[in-house]
Design a protein. Structure first.
Length: 438
């Protein structure tokens, strides 16, 4: 009986797939078919996503009805029967929604119910973010649309599935600690892999078809020198507003290198020298980068020459990772050299997300050996908050067996704040994976 009643939402989704295919949107049609296939996994999050898809489907059918009727009225053709047919289609979509909401389907989709809502929200946020980027930007930002025009929606749907899967793994503190560096490193590999392929002649691997040097300092210095090209700085600003300085520990394509190098060294420990450089060092490099960009622009220096200066700056940073971070077990590049790091830390205060230490902390020091951003020491534990170099990576949260370190957000419990943070940052990761190209 359960499988029979499922035919109603399956047919409703297939009708939407057929409608998309009729309008030459093969990617969207394939995405609806993919969702039909996921129904048979019995994953609880799929039911919630299917509900969202059918709600959107109701809008699609209503919009199509208005278009069809307007067309027929414009050419003085009969349209009342058409309205009746479309009303039936909309009613069938509503029936499918009612079936999915009902008890029978809730019992059918009984796998991994604990985090079903969080995973469904991750899927929806990732898909919405990617769709907005794909249809608002004047050039194709999705690889599928560059190589197979019209198939972008399928890539969006697949990235949504990937995002909820990663989210499911990271929704526990231990999972966050384990998988964050892995997906971060994977993102960096894909990012720079596209750069290499682009340099080898595959121009479509480059977002605009032209090369932009992947040095984080150019997020700020590049627009100052060029006087335009604000895409990355807008993306960076929106990210910092949403998740604070977590840009540096989850989304920065260069930061993953520093993380990998630091993990080759010894266990981290509070470093007072790095603590002093956290503000002074990075503020100095930020001022120098902006000043150099202004000077080169005023002197009319060619872009290629300016890129050479930026490359030298970037290579020096890589040297810090290899020779200092690796030895210290601490992310020296990110905490003492990267100019965008200090920008993220300072302006991240606008975001309401915080890491805080509870009053019942035992001061065991276990978190000291996990924090690679030099943000925790005895003084910071005493006052209940990490230093400005904190990027909300969450490693200290999983290290605290007493549950005294955690994410904070106004109005949410510590556990719900952590889960909401993961939902946001994983959704952003999927969006960046789809659109953050060279």
């Amino acid at each position: 009986m359960k499988k029979i009643i499922l035919t109603i939402p399956i047919l409703a989704l297939l009708l939407l797939a057929a409608h998309a295919y009729r309008h030459d949107d093969s990617g969207l049609s394939a995405a609806f078919v993919l969702l039909v296939g996921l129904i048979f996994t019995r994953q609880a999050w799929v039911r919630l996503v299917a509900i969202a898809a059918l709600m959107w489907g109701g809008y699609i059918w209503a919009d199509a009805t208005v278009d069809f009727v307007s067309f027929r009225q414009a050419f003085d053709l009969p349209w009342k029967r058409l309205v009746g047919i479309m009303a039936g289609v909309i009613a069938f979509d509503a029936l499918a929604l009612w079936v999915l909401i009902g008890t029978t389907c809730r019992e059918y989709f009984n796998k991994d119910t604990e985090h079903a809502t969080h995973r469904a929200v991750i899927f929806v946020l990732a898909v919405a973010g990617l769709a907005m980027a794909a249809f608002k930007v004047p050039f194709p930002v999705l690889l599928a649309d560059r190589y197979l025009p019209g198939w972008g929606w399928l890539e969006i749907a697949l990235l949504g599935v990937y995002a909820q899967w990663i989210g499911g793994l990271m929704l526990t503190p231990k999972g966050h600690r384990t998988y964050r560096p892995r997906i971060w490193g994977m993102f960096s590999i894909i990012f720079f892999g596209q750069l290499v392929l682009g340099l080898l002649g595959m121009d479509k691997m480059l977002m605009t078809g032209s090369l932009h040097l992947p040095v984080p300092a150019l997020i700020a210095a590049g627009p100052v020198f060029r006087g335009d090209g604000f895409f990355m700085i807008i993306l960076f600003s929106v990210t910092v507003l949403l998740v604070g300085p977590a840009w540096c520990s989850h989304l920065c394509y260069i930061g993953a290198w520093d993380d990998a190098m630091s993990r080759l060294g010894k266990r981290p420990a509070p470093n007072p020298v790095l603590a002093r450089l956290s503000i002074a060092g990075r503020a100095t490099t930020l001022i120098l980068c902006i000043a150099m960009a202004l000077l080169l622009r005023a002197m009319g220096i060619p872009g290629l020459t300016a890129v050479t200066f930026a490359a030298v700056f970037g290579l020096f940073g890589v040297g810090i990772m290899v020779f200092v971070s690796r030895k210290a077990g601490m992310m020296t590049h990110c905490t003492a050299y990267c100019p965008m790091g200090i920008v993220a830390n300072i302006f991240g205060k606008i975001s309401p997300w915080r890491i805080r230490v509870g009053d019942d902390c035992t001061k065991c020091g276990a978190c000291f050996t996990r924090c690679r951003y030099n943000a925790l020491d005895e003084h910071r534990i005493e006052i209940g908050k990490p230093a400005i170099s904190c990027t909300m990576c969450g490693d200290c949260v999983s290290a605290c067996v007493h549950g005294q370190i955690g994410y904070r957000f106004p109005g949410l419990s510590q556990d719900n704040a952590r889960k909401a943070f993961i939902v946001l940052v994983v959704s952003l990761h999927a969006v960046f994976l789809g659109v953050a190209r060279i």
